[in-house]
Design a protein around this ligand. Sequence first.
Ligand SMILES: C[S@@+](CC[C@H](N)C(=O)[O-])C[C@H]1O[C@@H](n2cnc3c(N)ncnc32)[C@H](O)[C@@H]1O
Length: 188
Amino acid sequence: MEFDRFASSYDSSFMGRGSRRFYADLIRELDVEDGDAVLDVGCGTGSVLRYIADKKQINGFGIDVSENMVALARQKNPAFSFVAGDSARLPYADGSMDTVMACMAYHHFPNQAAFRREAWRVLKPGGSLYICDPRFPWLVRAFFNTFFKDAAFRTVQRNIADFAADGFRLANATKDFYVQVLCFDKPL
Ligand SMILES: C[S@@+](CC[C@H](N)C(=O)[O-])C[C@H]1O[C@@H](n2cnc3c(N)ncnc32)[C@H](O)[C@@H]1O
């Protein structure tokens, strides 16, 4: 697995340092309460859960396809529960999560439709899903999507349409030059 090879250097890498801008944008939008069950899909080294845990007493869960990323996430968040696994098959019970998020990860998921179905399944009615992903101009998006096998970058409009088609209700969308943070609700 590609991310396994550079898990130990991810946080200090160009990509890892670039991700901090995304963490800040996501955390500004996140609405979580003490006691909430919060799942980070494609959690990497567990940085976003770490930031949240500094502010709220959450029950944190993380899943990542890279075993090495998961090992680092465990070290960073010893109180939380992490598993190695795929975004297309989330090993959590129906309606068990208050919040599901994917930060800088959704564009890597090879089966985005399966992830959307799984996020819906594991969320409680009334729960929230956050997608924080790059928002590239079409030429950059086309370049990455064509030449990088793990890339499936989507526009804000495409993401909103895809999640709405699966039942999610758009609660909020923030975007700037190259970041999109989309918050969806699973209606009651
Ligand atoms: C760019 S990193 C972002 C990590 C973390 N969310 C962050 O913001 O620092 C993308 C992560 O998605 C994970 N990933 C890629 N495909 C995945 C899949 N199908 N299921 C779960 N995780 C996946 C990678 O292993 C990697 O850790």
